[in-house]
Design a protein around this ligand. Structure first.
Ligand SMILES: Cc1ncc(C[n+]2csc(CCOP(=O)(O)OP(=O)(O)O)c2C)c(N)n1
Ligand SMILES: [Mg+2]
Length: 323
């Protein structure tokens, strides 16, 4: 995927396909979840897809991404295999982490998707370390680090910003600001909402995207990584977005009392899956939608038919170098 700023119809179709694949995959995950065939907790990013898609579409296959436990979108937007993801959710041996990690620990090194973690903030320094290795490698590759607004409260976030700026490392920091850490809103957590101001104190250029527009996100990342590939340092994006479902699990939670359905309804009016879909001509859109449904069904069948890992797997992959 070349990171050109002038988009063709094929580019827009590719971006729509990615957005729609993530949306429909997670809707199917939510549908299957109550049957207990999916063996791990799921943190859905329905409503938040445009951040992962906008960023990843501006990267090449050789660039690296580091996501979180809310990581289906990052994994799929970077080209992770859907069958291996679905099998991982089912805890099957054919999963991308051989059924040992589940939804929160997706990994696909052939697509440069680093392993994710359930511990908030921990993958930020890993991405920075990777960016350091990439700079030393000298091939112009970059790393993108995705994390939530809650993760910016961890000390390691600031240590990572400082280190990346000091050493001018090629890392795109991407804060998916959905305004909540579980059920706690930013107003009860942050003394000041000037997140970009805090980050720019480290000498890092910042961008605040308040409407989730996939093309804006893509353009900013494309411009930033072009500079990084020539030796430029980090950039920070604060992407406002909204989680439509509950923090963890398949349901909505607007009756829980910590937020209001009207907020989601406002975000729904700028839903990027629909908006970008409307830019694709109707027959192409129908074809893409059909292909996606087939792809998802094939992934579900694959997951259901795959075996669980055998007991010998318990001791495999415990230490580096084990197969
Ligand atoms: C170090 C650590 N502290 C607390 C938790 C419990 N926890 C899990 S998710 C979460 C909220 C994180 O919110 P945010 O970073 O905004 O991401 P979001 O879930 O909104 O995508 C918390 C506090 C954890 N997993 N790790
Ligand atoms: Mg959040």
């Amino acid at each position: 995927m070349p990171a050109s700023t002038k988009l063709t119809a094929a580019d827009i179709t590719r971006i729509y396909r990615s957005l729609r694949l993530i949306r429909r995959t997670e809707e199917e995950v939510a549908r299957i979840y109550p049957t207990d065939r999916i063996k791990s907790p799921v943190h859905l990013s329905i409503g938040q897809e445009s951040v992962a898609v906008g960023v990843c579409d501006a990267l090449t296959d050789a660039d690296v991404v580091s996501g979180t436990y809310r990581g289906h979108a990052t994994y799929l937007a970077k080209g992770g295999d859907l069958k291996a993801m679905m099998a991982e959710l089912y805890g099957k041996a054919t999963g991308c982490a051989r059924g040992k990690g589940g939804s929160m620990h997706l990994v696909e090194m052939s697509k440069n998707v680093l392993g994710a973690s359930a511990v908030v903030g921990t993958t930020i320094p890993l991405a920075v370390g990777y960016a350091m290795a990439l700079r030393r490698e000298g091939k112009g590759r970059v790393a993108a680090s995705f994390f939530g607004d809650g993760a910016t409260e961890e000390g390691v976030f600031y240590e990572s910003l400082n280190f990346a700026s000091l050493h001018k490392l090629p890392v795109v920091f991407v804060c998916e600001n959905n305004f909540y850490a579980i059920h706690t809103p930013i107003s009860k957590r942050w003394a000041s909402e000037a997140l970009c101001g805090r980050v720019s104190n480290f000498g890092i250029p910042t961008h605040r995207i308040t409407d989730s527009d996939v093309f804006t996100i893509r353009r900013i990342v494309a411009d930033s990584v072009a500079d990084m590939r020539e030796g430029g340092g980090p950039v920070f994006l604060e992407c406002h977005t909204y989680r439509w479902r509950e923090h963890v699990g398949p349901m909505e939670d607007y009756e829980a009392g910590y937020r209001d359905r009207t907020d989601m309804e406002t975000w729904r009016t700028t839903d990027q899956v629909e908006r970008v879909g409307a830019l694709v001509d109707a027959s192409t859109r129908r074809r893409v939608n059909l292909e996606i449904e087939k792809e998802i069904q094939a992934a579900i069948d694959f997951a259901e038919q795959s075996p669980f890992p055998g007991p010998e797997e318990l001791y495999a992959h415990v230490f580096a170098g084990q197969s």
